[in-house]
Design a protein around this ligand. Sequence first.
Ligand code: ADP
Ligand code: ASP
Ligand code: MG
Length: 419
Amino acid sequence: MSVIVQKFGGTSLADTDKIKNVARAVVREKKLGNDVIVVVSAMGHTTDNLIKLAHQISEHPSDREMDMLMSTGEQVSIALLTMAIQEMGYSAVSMTGAQVGILTEETHSRARIVDIKTDKLKEHLGEGKIIIVAGFQGITAKGEITTLGRGGSDTSAVAIAAALKVDRCDIYSDVEGIYTTDPRVVPTAQKLKEISYEEMLELARVGANVLHPRSVETAKQFSVPMRLRSSFKLDDLGTLIIGVNEMEIYKPVTGLACDNSQVRVVICDVPDKPGNAGKLFTLLAKYELSVDMIIQSYARSHDNTNDIAFTISKDDLTRFCGFKDEIMKLMNPSNIHIDEDIAKVSIVGAGMIDRPGIASMMFETLARENVNIKMIATSEIKISCLVEKFNANKAVQALCKTFELDGAEAAIVKGTLPD
Ligand code: ADP
Ligand code: ASP
Ligand code: MG
């Protein structure tokens, strides 16, 4: 008998009819003779609404109480889905992260999972029960409730799948698979039959919010067989996320993502001397701010100063502003400039390794569209450009054409010839 983990996101659980639809998808898997563990998110926009509620009470609510509040969303879903499955005549039990024993670090709001106890899960499965687990949440060794970061239910599902070495982890969502880019932004985006862990990880990191990056990281680390599929089209197998395919790679770029959730900070006219960058980023680390792109300009000869620019998440902007004065005192810049009207457009593909000219194709495309590039960052399989927000859509559409990510051509993914 196979053990399957199914994960359903908020969009698949937005109302009670959708919860009943999910119950049918779960029972269908059980009827095939499988043991089933289901991981769920909060219903629809519940988490956003809980955050709004908190901000009606407090401008800076404490991280501990935010986790206490946000973790309640998933608890509603587990109880309702379990009831719906029981109504269909099947034995099911709901469990919070703490009841399962999903142990996390002490950090609130973005805790990492350190261990998952499997004894209670195995006990319930042994009794033939379908288990419904609250995603996105865990508990620390000291008994504190934590959450894993927005979109973290994907990571709960994959981590449970890894801990139990299950046969399959199916992430169900409101799309039919992983597309070359967000199909809601580019309706001609093409569905991929498969994508490597590495490419999916880069795509998720650069803003394809279809999967939580840490879920892909965990799947890759523990070789969890993972699929992204639709909760509304159960016969569609969606997209398989797999290890590196040995076959020839036909296209240099597999996918594209656009991230509107960052802001750019420029520390202007910093004296060009050893240690300044170190001081700055040590301070950012002290306040637990994650930085994405970083650029230091060439030192200007007339006054021996340069600019240091970096991007951070919009969610961290208030925290950053809280210690801006400390940076002024520490580094003595002429100004700290914050630019919120930016977007990061990235292309991702294992096929760009050892293939010259991909960066120039990207930059030429943006130039033809008169899109100015504010920052550039690269990795072995990714190129990101920071552009002005009003240019983001134009950039995405043009890059999709250049790299054949829309239309029939896009169906040629690594190692997969078109039918
Ligand atoms: P869930 O509630 O199931 O967790 P999410 O909203 O987190 O769903 O993720 C699904 C959404 O991800 C889709 O509705 C789609 O708009 C978006 N998305 C972004 N990039 C992609 C992509 N490359 N392929 C598919 N969907 C994408
Ligand atoms: N409910 C959480 C969120 O909205 C976790 C998740 O959906 O994965 O971010
Ligand atoms: Mg999600």
